[in-house]
Each structure stands twice: as structure tokens, then as C-alpha cells.
Design a protein around this ligand. Structure first.
Ligand SMILES: Cc1cc2nc3c(=O)[nH]c(=O)nc-3n(C[C@H](O)[C@H](O)[C@H](O)COP(=O)(O)OP(=O)(O)OC[C@H]3O[C@@H](n4cnc5c(N)ncnc54)[C@H](O)[C@@H]3O)c2cc1C
Length: 602
């Protein structure tokens, strides 16, 4: 078992230091500990360890930790194209990182999505290597609702298709089938197109129906050579140029209180896509103008640091259920019922608190909009990025014409999860049940940046994702929300509800809605679905890359980034399975390199 000894002696030396005990950091530190039993590994996490926190552990309480002490609570700068709205950028600040806060969707993108990483100049980063790595992450509890391919059976993270499926969700698959979307019971195997039930990261074999995440799955399987220290924030990485070397060596880290901890072999940054680039910049690695504005001396000129920020956007609609259905909303307004359900969960019994989403659909644009709707979006995409010299933009254009790649996801979400809020206690709608349809645009073209503004680690970064900053992204969002209205109005789902609550026909009339009304709804309500990535991109250096295919920061010999920052092009899925997969591959690379160095020394 790992050590949770919280003492950190100044100038202590470890073989490996992993910065950030989040999703990737916990996984890579654990695998290093297992693979290099002789080595000492230090995992430093800014947040607390919270193994008994029910808001994290209870699947049905997903979302309750947003805005709490477990969240860094970042925000964007006002988003010019979206009426200057400021978006929340929630990030986990707890052992396990964002895997402790996430909504537990456990899915995968298409074969082509992962292959684009190698197509962009990263040999070896293909579907084949990623699926092998992603299978190592999980143990899937097999189910009649799923087929036979694409999942792992021996990994630390436990996954299951949720046993709690509300009655109203049973209309999901037949409704999508009626719209021409086929059932896909092999969605984890490289072709996610279709309608399906998908797993959540839940431990169905534990005494309780508990969230399975990086802190309670990976870390307990580490050896005693891993020391996990929480509540400690790293302020920078120390670099030095050793005689006769062309690259910089990372020698250790400086903590926020000034303490220096040294690394003999390698340092791994796993502080996530918002903070890993900032740590590089604070260490003197980045774009000259950013560093000089923040009063940091540049050591390595790497203009890609903090650039290429990509995120998925979501647009939601909500429908008021007929009174004979019970929705998840009951847990908002009926305290007695809620207490009884909580008691069931606490005793490991079937409970409404088991609930996570499990009804999903992935389509390409042609499937959702028909050929002419798809062609319109392609034309807009060409107008937006056709002349861009970015390899990422050009690859996204190419993906639009690959029919195997999903461009739209729709999630059946029980209960109200929209933007205007559940009806207030004074409203006649208080006490009513709802269901929501969340649509997600898989390849928005907008890209932005995250940068430090000060040499002080405690200052928040400037986050500018440039949401909806081109007409393609706006029209894709409009197409997505129109499609969810079409779904809700199709049989058998149309028999479930009495009224559209959001957008609502007052804002967007059922017939004859104008383009301006749809556009307004999209600009007022579009949000992030929490997948910021790409800010320390794995790309060739000349193409704006920050790390090599070995995840080594350019210009250094032993500093790696291992987290969502390295994803060069956002995939058509939620990203936690990919982030864990990247961590598994990174651990293999670190272990192989260590063996190579040892053999070279011998
Ligand atoms: C609310 C929410 C819902 C989501 N829902 C889903 C979902 O349903 N399915 C899915 O697949 N994905 C989902 N995601 C995305 C997914 O969880 C993240 O992309 C993934 O967990 C990111 O992993 P990471 O290792 O890159 O970063 P993180 O897991 O965020 O880890 C970074 C860690 O570094 C620590 N840290 C930062 N700076 C420092 C420092 N200077 N010193 C020490 N420690 C530091 C942080 O505290 C944190 O623990 C969601 C994310 C959020 C936030």
C-alpha cells in the first residue's frame, strides 16, 4: 500500500515526482510504483484526500461538488461571441482530481479520432495503442445491455451500465431507432455511432454503489514506494543546463512555501489542462510575450504552451413529464423520500441515488441533419478555418467528411439539468418532474488559450476558450438543439411529456421559430461540458507542439506532461477514458526509458 506520510523534508530527493494527484497523475504514479519497485515516487496534490466524502462517492450526487472546496472554481474571461458571458471552468481540487467531480460518463471515440493523433505527427498514438491502454484501466461488469468488444476486465477502475434506469428512459432507444439511428451494443469498440446504454465509472461489486475514480481505484494498488502528499501546491519546476547537454534537466520542484524537493530521474506534470501549462510558464517555458508580461524569465522558448485550448460545448432542452412518471427531481422537493433513498444507498441497496446517465446517441451530421444540413456545416467550416495554417484546424475539416466520426452526441438526462433553473418553490411547476436532452458538439472549431498573468502561483490564469467564435460553431449548436426538439417530439418519447420547459415555446415557438430566436437561445444557454484539453499539445514543435510523442517537453530531457493537456485534437467522446489511457502509455514510456538508462549506465 502507498504511504500517506505527509512530511516533506526540504531538499528531500525522490526518483520521480508527479505533480497533481488527479486523474492522470494518480494513475501514472501508481503504475510507476508498481513497475519500478526499487524507485521512490512522490505524488503531490494541492487538494485534500476525501475518501469518505458522500458528495463524491454517491453517483446520484454528481454535480454537488461543483463550486465547493473540491473545485478550483476557475472562470473564463468574458466570451465576446457569446454575449460576453463568463463561463465556469470547474476542475477537481482533491485527490483524484476531476475524476472525483465528473459525471461518470465512460465512453470512447471512433478509431479515426485516436488515429488523428498519429496523423498529426505523433508516431505510435493510434486507436490500437490507445484501446490497449484504455482496456488496462478498467474492469467492466458485463451486462445484457452491452455486447462483447472494447472493454477491459482486469483494471482498477470499475465500470457498469447503471442498474438504475428510470421508466421514462426506456423510450430512448426506440425513439432514436424511429429517427433512423441504429442500436449499437459495441460502442466502446471503436465505432460509437448509434444509440446505446453506456457504462458509468461505478464500483458495482463494492459494498456500496460507489463512484470509482482515480483516488479509490488506482492509488490503493500502489506499493509502499509511492508517497502521496496532499494539500501541497507546486509553484514551479526547477531547470538547469548540465555541462555538455543541449537540453535542460528538471532537477526538482519548488513548493508554494518555497521548499525545494529534488528529483533524481524525471518530473511529471499532471496538473490538468488549465494548470499544467501555467506550471510550465512559471518555470520559464513558454511564449516570450506571455512570460515577460508575467515577469518570468524565459528559459525555453515554446510558443505553443497554453495555446490550442479546445473544449466541447453543450446545449440543453428540458421537458415536463406527465404526473405518472417519477423523475430524479423528486430528490429536490421531497425530503422524506430523499432521506429514505439515501438510507437505501448507505446500506448498499437499490436506490435512486445510484443514478447516472446511461442513454446516449452519437451521430455524424448527415445522420442527424440529412445531407443538405451536413453540407451547410461543412461549407461554414471551410469558411471558418479553410485558410488556417493550423494542422489541428485542417484535421478537424477532414474529420467532417469522415462518416465514421461522430459530430453530435445527445444524452438522455433524467431530471432537470438545464440553465434557467428548476422551478422555484413558489412556482406551480415546483414538484413536477422533468427530463433533459443534452446535446454536445464533438468538434467545435473554436480554439483558445490559457496563460498565467503573474509569477505568483496563487494568481488565477486567464482562460479564453473563444467559445462559439465562428459561424460554424454557432450553427452546429443551433442544429444540435433543433435536433433535440425533434427527438422529444418523436414517438414514443413524445408521449412522456406535457410541455417543453426549455427552451420553451415562449422563447422559441413550436412552429415558425425564427433563426434569430434559435440563435438567441444558443448564445444565452450554451455551456462547456468540462473537457478543456490541448494546452500542452503533443505535436511537432514546429506545428505548435509542447511535448514530443514521448510526452517530453521540448527543450528538456526529463520533464513530461501527462494529462488532458497533451491531447492535440479533441476526440468525439467524453475524455476521461482517454486521459487514463494516456497515463497508462506514459507509465510504460517512463518505465522503458528508465530501463534503457540503467542498461546504458551498466
Ligand atoms: C464537472 C466535470 C464533469 C465531467 N464529466 C465527465 C464525464 O462524465 N466523463 C468523462 O469522460 N469526462 C468528464 N469530465 C472530464 C474529465 O473528468 C477530465 O477531463 C479529466 O478528469 C482530467 O484529468 P487530468 O488528469 O487532466 O486533470 P485533473 O483530474 O483535473 O487533475 C489535475 C490535478 O492536479 C492538481 N493540481 C493542479 N495544480 C497543482 C499544483 N500546482 N500542485 C499540486 N497539484 C496541483 C489538481 O488539484 C488536480 O487534482 C468532467 C470534468 C468535470 C470537471
Amino acid at each position: 500500500a502507498p504511504s500517506f506520510d505527509q512530511t516533506l523534508a526540504a531538499n528531500a530527493v525522490y526518483d520521480y515526482i508527479v505533480v497533481g494527484g488527479g486523474t492522470a497523475g494518480s494513475a501514472v504514479a501508481t503504475r510507476l510504483s508498481q513497475g519500478l519497485p526499487w524507485a521512490s515516487i512522490l505524488l503531490l496534490e494541492a487538494g485534500p484526500s476525501a475518501p469518505a466524502e458522500e458528495r463524491i462517492n454517491i453517483p446520484g450526487r454528481k454535480g454537488s461538488t461543483l463550486g465547493t472546496v473540491y473545485d478550483w472554481n476557475f472562470t473564463t474571461v468574458p466570451q465576446a461571441a457569446v454575449k460576453n458571458r463568463v463561463f465556469n471552468i470547474n476542475r477537481g481540487k482533491v485527490l483524484g482530481g476531476s475524476s472525483a467531480l465528473n459525471l461518470m460518463t465512460w465512453d470512447r471515440a471512433s478509431v479515426r479520432d485516436y488515429n488523428t493523433w498519429s496523423e498529426l505527427g505523433n508516431p505510435g498514438w493510434t486507436w490500437q495503442t490507445m484501446i490497449a491502454a484504455m482496456k488496462k484501466v478498467e474492469t467492466f461488469a458485463q451486462s445484457a445491455d452491452y455486447g462483447t468488444t472494447g472493454f477491459g476486465t482486469t483494471g482498477p477502475v470499475k465500470t457498469v451500465i447503471n442498474r438504475f434506469i428510470p421508466e421514462q428512459q426506456k423510450t430512448w432507444i426506440p425513439t432514436m431507432n424511429g429517427l433512423g439511428i441504429p442500436l449499437n451494443k459495441e460502442s466502446l469498440g471503436g465505432n460509437p455511432l448509434g444509440v446505446m446504454y453506456q457504462p458509468s465509472n461505478i464500483d458495482s461489486k463494492a459494498p456500496l454503489w460507489n463512484r470509482s475514480y482515480a483516488a479509490n481505484s488506482y492509488i490503493p494498488t500502489a506499493r509502499s514506494n509511492l508517497q502521496v502528499v496532499t494539500g501541497v501546491r507546486v509553484a514551479k519546476v526547477n531547470l538547469s543546463k548540465l555541462p555538455g547537454k543541449s537540453t535542460y534537466t528538471a532537477t526538482g520542484v519548488t513548493l508554494q512555501d518555497g521548499t525545494v524537493i529534488k528529483a533524481r530521474n524525471e518530473i511529471v506534470l499532471s496538473a490538468g489542462s488549465i494548470q499544467s501549462p501555467g506550471l510550465l510558464e512559471l518555470s520559464g517555458i513558454g511564449k516570450a510575450s506571455v512570460l515577460s508580461a508575467a515577469n518570468v524569465t524565459q528559459i525555453i522558448d515554446l510558443p505553443g504552451v497554453g495555446e490550442n485550448l479546445q473544449d466541447h460545448i453543450r446545449i440543453q432542452s428540458s421537458y415536463q413529464l406527465k404526473d405518472n412518471y417519477t423523475s430524479f427531481d423528486i430528490l429536490r422537493y421531497n425530503a422524506t423520500f430523499t432521506a429514505a433513498q439515501l438510507d437505501l444507498w448507505r446500506h448498499g441497496n437499490y436506490s435512486m441515488f445510484d443514478y447516472t446517465g446511461s442513454g446516449y446517441t452519437y451521430t455524424n451530421w448527415k445522420q442527424a441533419l440529412g445531407a443538405s444540413g451536413a453540407a451547410t456545416l461543412t461549407t461554414l467550416a471551410q469558411q471558418a478555418v479553410g485558410s488556417s495554417t493550423s494542422v489541428v484546424d485542417q484535421k478537424k475539416l477532414a474529420l467532417l467528411s469522415d462518416a465514421t466520426v461522430p459530430q453530435l452526441e445527445v444524452i438522455f438526462s433524467d431530471g432537470y439539468t438545464g440553465v434557467k433553473g428548476y422551478p422555484a418553490a413558489t412556482s406551480p411547476l415546483f414538484g413536477k418532474g422533468f427530463f433533459s436532452l443534452i446535446s454536445v458538439v464533438m468538434h467545435p472549431l473554436s480554439r483558445g488559450s490559457v496563460h498565467i498573468t503573474s509569477s505568483d502561483i496563487s494568481a488565477n490564469p486567464t482562460i479564453n476558450p473563444n467559445y462559439l467564435s465562428n459561424e460554424h460553431d454557432i450553427q452546429a449548436a443551433i442544429a444540435a438543439i433543433k435536433y433535440t426538439r425533434k427527438i422529444a417530439n418523436s414517438a414514443p418519447m413524445n408521449a412522456l411529456w406535457t410541455a417543453e420547459y426549455e427552451p420553451g415555446t415562449a422563447a422559441v415557438p413550436a412552429t415558425g421559430a425564427t433563426d434569430a430566436q434559435w440563435r438567441d437561445f444558443v448564445l444565452n444557454t450554451t455551456l462547456s461540458i468540462f473537457h478543456p484539453s490541448g494546452t500542452a499539445a503533443m505535436l511537432p514543435r514546429a506545428k505548435g507542439g509542447v511535448v514530443s510523442p514521448q510526452l517530453v517537453v521540448y527543450g528538456t530531457s526529463n520533464l513530461r506532461v501527462v494529462d488532458a493537456s497533451v491531447i492535440p485534437l479533441l476526440i468525439s467522446a467524453h475524455i476521461q477514458t482517454a486521459v487514463y489511457g494516456i497515463a497508462e502509455i506514459a507509465a510504460d514510456l517512463l518505465i522503458q526509458d528508465c530501463g534503457r538508462k540503467k542498461r546504458a549506465e551498466a
